[in-house]
Design a binder for this molecule. Structure first.
Ligand SMILES: Cc1cc2nc3c(=O)[nH]c(=O)nc-3n(C[C@H](O)[C@H](O)[C@H](O)COP(=O)(O)O)c2cc1C
Length: 423
């Protein structure tokens, strides 16, 4: 089953089941005072959010390594409560707002609508952004999905609901409309789930044109600098939603030893260091793919990894951090080396520096054999905020290029010696 189909079936079932709780509570408390109905509906909304989050997490944990299912359920539930607070506000506070002028009411309604549609997407994005590149699209797609889902719900339920109807009819109409709302929302969000998890087994077959895990639009530029893509191996589909990683024996049998050199950079200095490393590995006869960490979508066909990052405020660049989280555990059978580029002095060349917090995390997550710190570069020619900071640091005497190509290249030659040559 594809991730999209699995997502649509599971999420539709979860949302429809979850929605049955507020639908039932709403019908039962229809004649009650807001002091009773509002808290009851908010509690029911929390249950709906938790069940929806649980269904989504069941699919996502199978396609995203390291996916925090428990946290996903909690934030989805909290966001659903916020959506219910906003959704109930117009009717609950109608007496308060009745006399407000349209100039205030219209912008307020737009604001509340935006909060309602974006609450779940924003809450979930805070988790996804640590796991996948360009997670921001999840907010937009989720908002559109709920807009579509709510439109379907209203289009089905409003013409059928009548005052004085039997309770069973009211609940039945709500449940059918809720099921269609859930299916609409799941189908739309499912389109993005497919893109969030491109290394899913079945999806790999569908996206086989992404030969080395690079998005098609960027292929030609990278191909020019990287040479031919590594030969594809088939990923073994184990269950509906998971693919088996190659075993240690699989590593020994690997026929391609293409080394992935990935990097996170803001000012370009770390990208250049990665380029020097790639040059040395190629000179040692190894095929190399050099690319920004944020552009890598699949790592199955690489025989080894070098991951590097610029250091800002003691932390790694977000592209490198996310790379380590996205592919946590995926290199258990392949050698990995890490490097950081930061110090704007000669300290990196004076003796080994301990890995910073993100480098240490990445060492555990991937896992990695070794980490090294190289000097950094701060050039006043940088653009944007970096240029602004660099010019200020230059005035204070801190700017300059403290990278040491000889040391970088010697380190890369050491790595090349540890990677078996292609057969
Ligand atoms: C705002 C700012 C914060 C920085 N913080 C650190 C730091 O905490 N530790 C460090 O070693 N280097 C730090 N640096 C230096 C950068 O890591 C260094 O300039 C690096 O070469 C930048 O790499 P890039 O050109 O690939 O972005 C900082 C630089 C800037 C501009």
């Amino acid at each position: 089953m594809t991730a999209w189909r699995s997502w649509v079936l599971t999420v539709t079932a979860a949302e429809a089941a979850g929605f049955a709780v507020p639908a039932g509570v709403g019908a039962l408390t229809a004649g009650s005072s807001p002091a009773v109905s509002v808290p009851a509906l908010l509690a029911a909304g929390a249950v709906e959010g938790a069940v929806l989050g649980w269904g989504q997490a069941a699919v996502l944990r199978a396609v995203l390594p390291g996916f925090p299912a428990g946290r996903w359920v909690v934030v989805t539930s909290a966001a659903a409560v916020l959506a219910y607070v906003v959704g109930l506000a117009p009717s609950t506070l109608a007496p308060v707002w009745a006399d407000w002028p349209p100039g205030v009411l219209v912008p307020l309604a737009v604001l509340l609508g935006l909060v309602l549609l974006n609450s779940i997407g924003v809450a979930q994005w805070r988790i996804l952004r640590r796991l996948v590149p360009r997670a921001g699209r999840w907010i937009v797609v989720t908002a559109l999905a709920w807009l579509g889902g709510l439109a379907v719900f209203l289009a089905v339920s409003m013409p059928l609901w009548h005052p004085g109807q039997a309770l069973a009819a009211t609940v039945g109409i709500g449940l059918v409309a809720g099921l269609l709302m859930a299916a609409t929302m799941a189908a739309i969000t499912g389109l993005t789930v497919r893109r969030l998890a491109p290394h899913h087994g079945r999806l790999r077959e569908r996206t086989s044109r992404r030969r080395d895990g690079v998005r098609p639009g960027r292929r030609s530029r990278l191909e020019r600098s990287n040479g031919p893509a590594p030969r594809r191996r088939r990923m073994v589909t184990v269950g509906a939603n998971c693919t088996r990683r190659p075993s240690a024996a699989g590593y020994a049998r690997r026929t391609t030893m293409t080394v992935l050199v990935a990097y996170g950079t803001a000012g370009g200095g770390t990208g250049e260091i990665a380029g020097w490393i790639a040059d040395e590995l190629r000179a040692a006869g190894l095929p190399v793919h050099l690319m920004p960490a944020g552009e890598v979508t699949d790592v199955a066909d690489y025989g080894a990894l070098v991951l590097g990052s610029a250091v800002y405020a003691t932390g790694w660049h977000s592209d490198a951090r996310r790379f380590a989280r996205r592919f946590a555990g995926r290199f258990a059978d392949r050698p990995v080396w890490l490097f950081s580029s930061g110090p704007l002095d000669t300290s990196a060349d004076d003796g080994p520096l301990p890995p910073g917090r993100h480098a240490a995390e990445a060492m555990r997550e991937l896992p990695a054999r070794d980490h090294v710190t190289f000097g950094g570069r701060m050039t006043s020619e940088a653009h944007g905020w970096l240029g602004h900071v660099a010019r200020r640091m230059a005035r204070e005497g801190h700017a300059g290029d403290f990278r040491n190509p000889q040391r970088v290249r010697a380190w890369a030659r050491g790595i090349a010696g540890e990677i078996p040559p292609p057969r």
